[in-house]
Design a protein around this ligand. Sequence first.
Ligand SMILES: [Zn+2]
Length: 264
Amino acid sequence: MFVKIASSEIPYYQFPMLEPYSGICKHAVFTRVGGVSEAPFTSLNVRYGIGDPDANVTKNRQIMQLFFEHEFLDNSSRVLISANQTHSDHIAILARGEALPKTNEIDDIDAFVTNRNDILLLIQVADCQPIILLDPVTKTLGMVHNGWRGCIQNILGKTVAAMCDEFGVDAKNIIACIGPTIGPCCHYFTDPVDELPNEFHRYIFDEKQVDFLAAARDQLLAAGVPVSHIEQSNMCTSDHTNEFYSYRRENRLTGRFGIIAGLL
Ligand SMILES: [Zn+2]
């Protein structure tokens, strides 16, 4: 079960499957609670360029980062790296010892892979799957923004492959945690047979609904991640708009909640 830490100043969730590795990687799945943005972005929106004033987004990111550093890193300060996510299959490789990207918000990227312990990674979602991939053996971290468009490009499998190719990870050691996302219960398409490639038609049910969680699980298994290493939050964003933003439920004009992780 996905665990809510509600006693803290800003509520967040954690994956129990990562708990044994808390000496290797820290993570927090934030909600929409605790920020400064006003409706319809109330309140901890972390995404720029969607109508929420930049100053609010900057402040929200500062609130999250400072909270994370205080809660998990003894107040030591890190560089927070995020991306202008575009539903692509592009992956940023952030290797130890190399120059950091020129911007803290990398353009046209939807996944990160790193072995650095001097940065924090931020993924922003509303309905799409936020996924943390941790190999505790080589101490390699992957983070993925896995929307349905990214899913049909298998960005998840490609990110696992990048961890293996770039940092010598054995996929069977990876722990994969899928955060709050629109569940199959609420994921309707107008005409999924037309909108999705053939190999995804098996995830269609009741004509209009699609189970992209099953698709993500299958992609992880195909990439070599053991089934016993996969955890899902089982929390549907569309059914929990008091805690999470939902792009579909709230008709586009909505914020994005953030998931932060970093290696120690
Ligand atoms: Zn639902």
